[in-house]
Design a protein around this ligand. Structure first.
Ligand code: ATP
Ligand code: MG
Length: 288
């Protein structure tokens, strides 16, 4: 924290993590203005400044305490090897760092790449992986547009980030191996002061509240009273579901939360127990 007591949070200025980072900070109750080319924003009502940076610079800024917190892809962290605390995986910016080769190359495994050239923007991560796999290959460093390297005969294969795989398909490349699964990560300076920790803990509670909320849906439905034991199993909620009698005798209304990923299975089971009038809504914050 600066002498004036302000906490600094570094996020990507423009790119794939910008929107997710901004929306997380806003959902955490931070109020600040952004516009194009802005490098810095002060939060209203809280002693927090937001720094907008190139993502590659964020680990170093956080390591050196120029920023106290940062949001950056775990791939950038792995590559930079800076000493920072990995505080919280943020459940967005999912992708993987993979080795891919041209479909026509005849390569079917990374073993086929021994002695070949691999183009990447992640040389350190790739070198560590090759050493672990006991492979030798020339690492060709490219800052961008890695996927066209094989077509330009600059390399025999590539090591790059893959999300949907559409870029690989367009360039007729096929994945041979995945080095790591990546996502956006909240990082912090190691050894933050007591004063800083207090504000960071406060922000963490909020970040977790936002993350939890995204995983769950609020669910309300009517059911026959005798189905309650099964319903308690299906939608246990935090402690137990809220149960309210309906004006129609023998019926109850149930309120609870349900995990998004099991949502449709739970709905089918609720219907099988006689549940009806099922209402579902998103949850904005969820503090356990
Ligand atoms: P900067 O100008 O800040 O250096 P960049 O071009 O290095 O930006 P982006 O392409 O905006 O970076 O990607 C930022 C991060 O988004 C990546 O480091 C990665 O963690 C994540 N990401 C998620 N999906 C993808 C994808 N399909 N391709 C690349 N990165 C992705
Ligand atoms: Mg970058």
């Amino acid at each position: 924290m600066e002498p004036n007591g302000t906490l600094r949070i570094a996020i990507q200025k423009t790119g794939r993590l910008s929107e997710g980072s901004l929306s997380l900070l806003r959902q955490m109750g931070l109020r600040f203005e952004t516009y194009r080319d802005r490098l810095f924003a002060q939060c209203q009502e809280m002693p927090i400044d937001i720094l907008f940076l190139r993502d590659d610079d964020i680990p170093e800024y956080v390591q050196d305490g120029i920023a106290d917190l940062g949001i950056v892809g775990s791939n950038v962290l792995d590559e930079s090897q800076k000493r920072v605390e990995r505080i919280l995986p943020l459940d967005f910016g999912f992708c993987s760092l993979s080795i891919a080769a041209p479909e026509q190359s005849g390569f079917t495994s990374i073993r086929d790449l021994n002695g070949k050239r691999i183009a990447t923007s992640y040389p350190e991560t790739l070198r560590r992986y090759l050493a672990m796999e006991k492979l030798t290959a020339d690492v060709v460093l490219l800052k961008g547009c890695v996927e066209i390297a094989p077509a330009l005969r600059v390399a025999d294969a590539i090591c790059d980030l893959v999300a949907t795989g559409s870029t690989l398909r367009t360039n007729r490349l096929t994945v041979l191996s995945t080095l790591s699964r990546c996502q956006a990560m909240l990082i912090g300076t190691i050894g933050a002061s007591e004063e800083k920790r207090a504000l960071i803990e406060k922000l963490l509670l909020r970040a977790r509240g936002v993350q939890e909320a995204r995983k769950y849906k609020y669910i309300m439905f009517n059911a026959p009273k005798e189905a309650l034991p099964s319903i308690k199993e299906l939608v246990p909620g935090c402690k137990s579901p809220t149960v309210v009698p309906l004006a129609t005798p023998g019926f109850i209304a149930v309120h609870s939360v349900v995990l998004e990923e099991t949502f449709w299975d739970v709905v089918e089971s609720i219907r099988a127990c006689g549940g009806s009038g099922i209402l579902v809504s998103p949850i904005e914050k969820f503090i356990r």
